[in-house]
Design a protein around this ligand. Sequence first.
Ligand SMILES: Cc1cc2nc3c(=O)[nH]c(=O)nc-3n(C[C@H](O)[C@H](O)[C@H](O)COP(=O)(O)OP(=O)(O)OC[C@H]3O[C@@H](n4cnc5c(N)ncnc54)[C@H](O)[C@@H]3O)c2cc1C
Length: 408
Amino acid sequence: MSPFDADVIVIGGGPSGVAAAIEMRKRGAGRVTLLDREPALGGATRHCSHSPFGMLEFGRVYFGAAYGRKLEREAATAGVDIRTGHSVVQLEEGGAVTVTSGRGVETLRARRILVTTGAREKPRSARLLSGDRPIGVVTTGTLQAYIAFHGLVPFRRPLIVGSELVSLSAVLSCLTHGARPVAMIEPRSHALARPPLNWFPTLVGVPFHRGTDIVDIIGRDRVEAVTIRRNGELETLACDGVLLTGQFTPESALFLQSSIGVDTGSDGPAVDQYGRARDPLHFAAGNVLRAVETGGWAYREGRAIGRSLAADIGRDPEAAQPVAVTFDDPVKLVVPNILRRAASLPAAFQDFQLRFLRRAKGRLSLELDGREVWHASGTWMPERRVLVPIPATAPQAQHVHFRFREES
Ligand SMILES: Cc1cc2nc3c(=O)[nH]c(=O)nc-3n(C[C@H](O)[C@H](O)[C@H](O)COP(=O)(O)OP(=O)(O)OC[C@H]3O[C@@H](n4cnc5c(N)ncnc54)[C@H](O)[C@@H]3O)c2cc1C
């Protein structure tokens, strides 16, 4: 009898986990078990009552909830063993996971484990926001879940904090559900979303204040006002809610609690060019690798890593020690964060994905064993994706480093 319950256990049924599971089934993986703690697949897309999702992967545009249902149908058709209402609480040594469900607690074993647990916005507690503790202070994800699953809108005149892509999704959710934001604020001197998308709040009549942060929340039971600091001056703004948007962090608790750990730059697990973690029985894909990408990106990344993983299942686990990809400040993160000498596996990543911590002007270069192989100059914006092709010789190098030279 096989000691394994599955060939691969996938933890997380968002776009990346579903795409990887389908790809592995298409490539001949026997039993692919997909676990999700929620009652349905789709991940963060389930509560998005807006489009666009699915154009590149399914050739048409879906609203978030419909896209989630499409993912579930595709996974079922591909023969994936879907188990919703299953929460993974621990990654064990040797390819086992501890799972809780309506059946109680059980341990499942597989040849490989793929973690696709996504990312979440920073809640109030993690932002260390001072003031009263009234109801009505929520993240975009929570607001959208209230709307999608309970038909509730917790405010009518919220203040929106943040200016990432998801912040625009927050504006849209408010406007289409009877709430009109009093303003949108961003501590930096510029919006984080790119133009022309970042023109959206102003175009729909929501004042957008740059260089502004929130310093106090006022209200006993409900939010009554906030104190903001705008270009150094304190002012009080009447509102009945605070919508905290963006500042995503990978949902990487399972790695943090295991011997695998997380990468200090991305806060997700370090993975090599195949999506394989430092422990070669574990792979990861999607937003758990780095916050945060779109649903379509997560789907394509999941599919590519599913292809590598399917080829790895029948092999002995990789023994080669990885080489870490290092970088200078103000680069925030690089994915893949480690490289292993080329194996006979299809690479999942063609490019390094970089993010900057802050706006910086200067020259970014890639060095392999001290020799520059790529460079580009410009003004680099925080939280925007930068792609650098992975040279074919990179996995052979002992030192892989992104250098940054600031220029005035
Ligand atoms: C508010 C909001 C609006 C967005 N709007 C858009 C948009 O308009 N267009 C777009 O393209 N993208 C949008 N996105 C982004 C998109 O939803 C994500 O990029 C995509 O869902 C990420 O896919 P993923 O597979 O990496 O993770 P997720 O979709 O986050 O899925 C992770 C899954 O893992 C499960 N899980 C986590 N931990 C465990 C555990 N321990 N055990 C079992 N299951 C677990 C979760 O339940 C979840 O189902 C939005 C995101 C948010 C939050």
